[in-house]
Design a protein around this ligand. Structure first.
Ligand code: TYD
Length: 133
């Protein structure tokens, strides 16, 4: 399981003069059962989030508003994704080190996750992450 499993999921978009609409359905668009959603907002300029991997949790990350970069690292390869469209989701499998940075003003990161929150599922030590490979 590595970075080759990371992919962009495109959600439907209904373009309308009244404003656009997108949606996601677990069964149609998400490659796991959704057990949690969370969102990250009001990130001060220059701040970095993440800096961890999960042992079991999988996620889809969406830039609902604004933009930010997600830097992914499977211990061998690194890849940066710049998210700036609300109809794209970034699928991040388990065991991928990830960092989020370059948040634009008023950006909103929405995340659907496969597990409920569990601090024991986090690896926050990069050396340990590499050693576990
Ligand atoms: P963390 O996952 O470290 O944030 P990020 O990866 O975006 O930097 O979470 C920050 C804090 O919030 C930490 O104390 C755990 C808590 N938290 C929850 O209680 N529930 C959640 O669903 C998430 C994602 C975090």
């Amino acid at each position: 399981m590595g970075i080759e499993q990371v992919r962009i999921i495109e959600f439907p978009k209904l373009l309308d003069a009244r404003g656009n609409l997108s949606f996601l359905e677990e069964e149609t668009h998400i490659p796991f059962k959704i057990n949690r959603s969370y969102w990250i907002y009001d990130v001060p300029g220059g701040e970095v989030r993440g800096g961890h991997s999960y042992y079991t949790n999988e996620e889809v990350i969406i830039a609902l508003s604004g933009s930010f970069d997600v830097i992914l690292d499977d211990g061998i390869d690194k890849k940066t994704f710049s998210l700036n469209r609300s109809y794209y989701g970034l699928y991040v499998p388990k065991n991928i080190w990830r960092q989020m940075e370059n948040f634009s003003t008023n950006s909103l990161a929405f995340v659907v996750a496969s597990t409920v929150y569990n601090e024991d599922d986090y690896e926050r030590n990069y050396e340990q992450f590499i050693a576990d490979k």
